[in-house]
Design a protein around this ligand. Structure first.
Ligand code: TPP
Length: 828
């Protein structure tokens, strides 16, 4: 009996009842023929998809079983969304996929495709090369009667399909593999193939499945970025300059490649279409399409009508998806296997042929509540829950197979039980597997750092710039390289270093709002587009989420993206792309996928006379607590260039995600102590000087003023010139100061800080960010942690947004406050 709460038992019982009631067909259909007259879906493929759907269903049941005794930490396999198996069948194993958390059936099909193509690659003769796991060989191998669905040149490369009768068909090794992957994820096993127990994700580099985090829609901007990169690289391919998109690089990274005609697929639920990240992604795909730029992305909205307990208003999802400019709409009932397959094939072929974005709106049901702990009777009527059960896609596929004469109800039930037995057996094996047990083990893949290799990469870049690249460099700089143009400002120095970066990294691209034609609102990217072309230096639309999303996708595709965020204040509305997406990629994939990037952000305050809060934002707390993120703040021109080179090298070598926070107020500063002294200008180092001038991540710069023995000022950014001026005043009073420019806010140069603090025993922290949550808190904490026992004081910004005009001075750190702070410290 169906109770009010849809327990796994109900679903299982109900399915058994349905199958028991199905008769055994009198006449058998040839599995190699289409299953109905109006579809290309063959019986063999339909039987395969039933297996995938049944495997995923059994994963749902096993997930709950594991949870029932505290060994399962995630319960969703597909839970009513089993129709997404058809989407995988319509795609190629090499089409990169970013999947919804209900993609169990998709994942099974993809894994089986992977196993088949691997077997075909390993043994093109198709001879049986023995069982994988302890199951029998898989379906669809050449020579074993497989029926590849062939919907034309745009169709799936190998849709599989075993022509044997249902009970003679082996349980595909790909399905067993997929089940093991998913169960390991549910049980947080450290042997899980992609996240290694750090999260339950669908992901595997060899299957081109990129892990997503379950933050609603956060993977969509990345999918658009990947589409842009795939197409861009396809065009390079066409020009003979590249051979497929290599996914990941460096130690431990996957060596998979996306073929030039790959398309990107990303799936998500119906409630997710309302999320700002989703609307950003649709808009960006449409915006680029409108400009004529091709983005081959297939969005798949799996619409079960609910977001946890909140209903999508009737008709809303269709209305909103149909109205996305530049995004072609397709739809199907996910419970109708041939219909969903046809629609998926058509949509995928359309995207592949036209290299343009489309959305496939797949209606589904939701079975067993939102997730394991959800008692849906609290917000759904029993009749509504029962109606979803009536539309169970697995039962629908079974009815279809029996109706078409491909199997009997009893046979399918036996099949279902056999798959269930296999899944349960694997679940039991997984239970005994190790978990992550040490902090070092957990964080190992987070943000690998190989400073020696980074230094070597900088040295290699210098050697290229001085040697084989010298001609191109001279040409790019119009015959006058920056080292010959005299002292530069911070902005000019960054501009020159960007140009050198573009010369040395052919895969580097600079993009953002106004960076192309205008050269940036402060001129930092001036001339780059003319020198390197609009394909590598380009203006984006006005949306920070999408700018970072483009970087995420481009980085994953093997490019070296350098996106610009025009002002720090505007990073805050897109932070999740940096925090939840960029910074987690290596963590959730054990380095199999990486999204190297250097995000340039113009920020911090002291723009006297210009703007208020939005142009003077001094909040970096939200960046400092992102694990693994590198945060650079160059204060002076001759630090900016080497620090930028370090960030680019670290991104290329280690896949680092770096924020390069540029103090706007220092961009064009020339003088330090007096008008016209030119003390804040610096010459640009010629390539021969790059190795000696290399600035490693996490190393500070120290200035000695006077005797340098009385007080240590620890600061960064605008605090550096202010502190140097204050130190000069103090020197006149006979007080010797050492000024420490942190240069890196993450990781903090702790060793340098401790050494310099101990040298005087008196520390003044000068922190232009806020008193609460500001950088100073981290410095004081680092001193305490290291056992520093001297005196310490702090001057910091007031806990306020920065007001307009001269009122800004009321809340920002002043030179006078620094001098006073030092004097107070010495008076103790
Ligand atoms: C940005 C964000 N906000 C909230 C959540 C919490 N949450 C998890 S699933 C979910 C509902 C998603 O519904 P839908 O997109 O329709 O997918 P479904 O689970 O129905 O397949 C919510 C609100 C989240 N994961 N991410």
């Amino acid at each position: 009996m169906l109770s009010d709460v849809t327990t796994p038992q109900d679903l299982d019982d109900r399915f058994r009842e349905t199958l028991a009631a199905l008769a055994t067909p009198q006449q058998r259909r040839d599995p190699q023929r289409p299953i109905t007259d109006d579809t290309t879906l063959t019986g063999a493929l339909a039987l395969d998809l039933f297996d995938a759907q049944a495997t995923s269903r059994q994963l749902d049941l096993a997930g709950r079983w594991l949870r029932s005794f505290g060994e399962g930490f995630y319960t969703i396999g597909s839970a009513g969304h089993e129709g997404n198996a058809t989407v995988a069948a319509a795609l190629r194993v090499t089409d990169p996929a970013l999947l919804h958390y209900r993609s169990g059936a998709f994942y099974c099909v993809r894994a089986a495709q992977g196993a088949r193509s691997e077997a075909a690659g390993a043994d093109p003769s198709g001879a049986d090369d023995g069982p994988a796991e302890d199951v029998r060989p898989g379906p669809g191998r050449p020579g074993d009667g497989a029926v590849p669905a062939d919907p034309g040149a745009d169709g799936p490369a190998d849709a599989g399909g075993d022509a044997r009768p249902v009970l003679d068909r082996p349980f595909a090794p790909g399905y067993a593999e997929a089940a093991r992957d998913v169960l390991r994820g549910m049980a947080a096993s450290s042997l899980e193939p992609v996240a290694g127990g750090r999260h339950k994700v669908f992901g595997r580099a060899d299957l081109a499945v990129v892990p997503t985090t379950s933050t609603i829609a956060s993977h969509l901007p990345r999918a658009v970025g990947m589409g842009l990169a795939v197409e861009r690289l396809r065009r390079l391919d066409a020009a003979g300059r590249r051979d497929g998109v290599r996914v990941g690089s460096g130690a431990g990274a996957a060596q998979a490649s996306w073929p030039p005609d790959a398309i990107v697929v990303c799936s998500f639920g119906d409630a997710s279409v309302n999320h700002a990240s989703a609307t950003a992604a649709f808009n960006t795909a449409g915006w680029y399409d409108h400009t004529g730029l091709r983005i081959p992305v297939l969005f798949v909205c799996e619409d079960n009508g609910l977001g946890i307990s909140v209903r999508s208003p009737s008709g809303w999802v269709e209305a909103t998806l149909r109205s996305k400019p530049g995004v072609r709409y397709f739809s199907a009932d996910g419970g109708d296997l041939p219909g969903a397959y046809e629609a998926a094939v058509e949509a995928a072929a359309w995207v592949r042929r036209h290299r343009r974005p489309a959305v496939l709106h797949l209606s589904t049901v939701r079975l067993m509540g939102h997730a394991g702990a959800d008692a849906e009777t609290a917000y759904r009527a029993a009749g509504e829950i029962a109606a979803d059960l009536d539309r169970d896609p697995l039962a629908a596929t079974a009815r279809l197979l029996v109706g078409a004469g491909l199997a009997g109800g009893e046979e399918l039930l036996t099949r279902y039980d056999e798959i269930g037995w296999q899944v349960r057996r694997i679940a039991e094996e997984v239970l005994d597997e190790p978990k992550l047990t040490a902090p070092a083990e957990v964080v190992a893949p987070l943000a690998p750092r190989r400073p020696v290799r980074v230094a070597r990469a900088v040295a290699d870049a210098a050697a290229r710039a001085a040697g084989p690249g010298a001609g191109a460099r001279a040409e790019a700089f119009g015959g006058k390289p920056p080292e010959l143009t005299g002292p530069l400002t911070l902005a000019q120095s960054i501009n020159a270093a960007l140009a050198d970066g573009m010369l040395d990294h052919p895969q580097m691209a600079v993009f953002g709002e106004d960076v192309g034609a205008k050269g940036g609102v402060y001129g930092v990217t001036k001339g780059l587009r003319d020198r390197f072309g609009a394909a590598r230096v380009f203006d984006t639309l006005l949306d920070e989420t999408s700018i970072l999303g483009l970087g995420l996708g481009a980085g994953l595709a093997g490019m070296l993206p350098v996106p610009e965020i025009q002002y720090l204040a505007y990073l805050h509305n897109a932070e999740d792309q940096l925090r939840g997406e960029a910074a987690t990629m290596q963590f959730f994939s054990r380095g199999a996928f990486r999204n190297p990037m250097v995000v340039r952000v113009a920020g911090l305050a002291y723009q006297e006379g210009f703007g208020g809060h939005f142009h003077n934002d001094n909040s970096v707390a939200v960046l400092r607590d992102v694990p693994g993120l590198v945060i650079a703040v160059p204060a002076r021109p001759d630090d900016a260039a080497p620090m930028l080179r370090t960030c680019l090298a670290s991104a290329a070598v280690d896949g680092s995600v770096c924020v390069f926070l540029e103090p706007i107020a220092l961009y064009h500063t020339r003088d330090l102590y007096a008008d016209g002294d030119g003390e804040w200008l610096a010459p640009y180092a010629e390539p021969g000087g790059w190795t000696g001038g290399h600035v490693p991540i996490g190393r500070a710069r120290v200035y000695g003023v006077g005797s340098a023995e009385d007080v240590t000022i620890i600061t960064f950014g605008n605090g550096v010139p202010m502190s140097l001026r204050a130190a000069a005043t103090l020197a006149d009073e006979g007080i010797g100061t050492r000024v420490v420019d942190l240069r890196w806010l993450a990781p903090l140069p702790v060793a340098d800080v401790i050494r310099e603090a101990a040298a005087t025993g008196r520390v003044l922290v000068v922190d232009e960010t806020r008193r609460s949550g500001g950088v100073g808190e981290g410095i004081i904490a680092a001193l305490v942690d290291a056992g520093y026992v001297g005196a310490a004081r702090r001057v910091a910004g007031v806990d306020s947004f920065v007001p307009l005009g001269p009122a800004a001075r009321q809340v920002l750190v002043s030179e006078n406050a620094i001098t006073q702070g030092a004097r107070t410290l010495l008076a103790r």
